[in-house]
Design a protein around this ligand. Structure first.
Ligand code: SF4
Ligand code: F3S
Length: 106
């Protein structure tokens, strides 16, 4: 399955949800996750993310391995999102910042 990683936090551009053929994105206050059991590995979302936050689970950047489990866990509790919406207002300021996991809201 594909996984949303750290750089989505505080950006949440949502371009990804528009292209997912099985609508397997789930939305929290400042982050999105992919349900690993619903993702069909089509890879369509990966190039759509302006923050380049989406990776195949075996290919997540070093140090971000915990996002695999985080996607699985949060996809069970957050609501589904299938339509694009406005990014968070200061998305551009946060795009590319490091150590954003501490700001994840649940
Ligand atoms: Fe959806 Fe395909 Fe991305 Fe999986 S890889 S989340 S099925 S768009
Ligand atoms: Fe997040 Fe990128 Fe989607 S920033 S909401 S994974 S387009």
């Amino acid at each position: 399955a594909f996984v949303v990683t750290e750089n989505c936090i505080k950006c949440k551009y949502t371009d990804c949800v528009e292209v997912c053929p099985v609508d397997c994105f789930y939305e929290g206050p400042n982050f999105l996750v992919i349900h690993p059991d619903e993702c069909i590995d089509c890879a369509l979302c990966e190039p759509e993310c302006p923050a380049e936050a989406i990776f195949e689970e075996d290919d997540v950047p070093a140090g971000q391995e915990e996002f695999v489990q985080l996607n699985a866990e949060l996809a069970e509790v957050w609501p589904n999102i299938s339509e694009r919406k406005e990014p968070l207002s200061d998305a551009e300021d946060w795009d590319g910042k490091s150590d954003k996991l501490q700001y994840l809201e649940r």
